[in-house]
Design a protein around this ligand. Structure first.
Ligand SMILES: NC(=O)c1ccc[n+]([C@@H]2O[C@H](COP(=O)([O-])OP(=O)(O)OC[C@H]3O[C@@H](n4cnc5c(N)ncnc54)[C@H](OP(=O)(O)O)[C@@H]3O)[C@@H](O)[C@H]2O)c1
Length: 241
């Protein structure tokens, strides 16, 4: 099997996914916005800040070289979740909107395009896994219009890719997590509005990164081709549809 590129894998869900795929014996390539010192034997992490429009292309080219020219799957996981209140100045609000759309959606579109073209050129199939969010369907807080819009856009892109290229063996899967505790410092609940949010989750807790990573690994390695185009919810039944 060729390599799997996992974006945003320096921490949180992406780090857990990278580890899970590596455990399965798959050669993996990680990514983060900036350089991180990798532990001995850990997968390589390529630095590329998606705030820069050329960063996704630089990442793709670097990953292709590291892989020896054969990438078989891409996990579009990198993302930012930063508040953008309506009472900011016009230019601050617009800048934050553009930045979140670029990091959370445009970079994933660029990488998906490079991957589809790469698989077509090689005459092989491949897999894309998009880490979107419950917010794609449910919306988000009043300060996160941009985040919800980017994640909805990701789902629409995913379905389009799945429908367009299934005939070529190019499969696309999306995962839509609800709250997932990715904080090392244990302040995750506070950062998302306090313990009250648990009242909304029938499971009684937020997801663990490992749980979302298990779904990502399933989509990358095990999901039957007939599942292409699927969106897999993981939100403790806080949003059922
Ligand atoms: N946690 C949740 O509750 C939750 C819920 C639903 C969906 N999600 C989605 O799941 C994905 C992973 O979330 P997470 O909570 O695991 O995130 P996280 O712990 O905040 O980690 C974010 C990852 O994305 C990278 N990243 C951030 N800004 C970037 C930029 N400008 N350019 C390139 N890479 C950038 C980070 O790299 P650095 O380390 O270099 O900053 C890091 O590797 C995201 O797409 C998120 O929207 C998360």
């Amino acid at each position: 099997m060729g390599h799997i590129l996992v974006t945003g894998s320096s921490r949180g869900i992406g780090k857990a996914a990278l580890a899970k795929l590596a455990e399965r014996g798959v050669p993996v390539i990680g990514h983060a916005s900036r350089s991180h010192t990798a532990a001995d034997g850990a997968p390589p992490i390529i630095a590329a800040d998606f705030g820069d429009p050329q960063a996704a292309q630089g990442l793709w080219e670097a990953a292709l070289e590291l892989s020896g020219g054969q990438i078989d799957a891409v996990v579009n996981n990198a993302g930012r979740f930063e508040a953008n209140r309506l009472d900011r100045s016009d230019i601050e609000w617009l800048d934050a909107w553009e930045d979140t759309l670029r990091v959370n959606l445009t970079s994933a579109a660029q990488l998906s395009r490079f991957a589809v073209n790469h698989w077509h050129a090689r005459g092989v199939g491949g897999r894309l896994i998009h880490v979107a969010s419950r917010a794609a369907y449910r919306g988000d807080s009043p300060a996160h219009w941009h985040y919800a819009a980017a994640k909805s856009g990701m789902i629409a892109m995913h379905k389009t890719i799945a429908r367009a290229y299934a005939k070529d063996g190019i499969l696309s899967f999306a995962v839509t997590p609800g709250f997932t505790d990715t904080s090392m410092a244990g302040d995750y609940l506070a950062s998302r509005g306090g313990p009250g949010l648990l009242a909304d989750i029938p499971l009684g807790r937020v997801a663990a990164p490992d749980e979302i990573a298990a779904i990502i690994a399933f989509c990358a390695l095990d999901a039957p081709p007939s599942m292409t185009g699927a969106v897999i919810d993981a939100n403790g039944a806080s949003f059922v549809r």
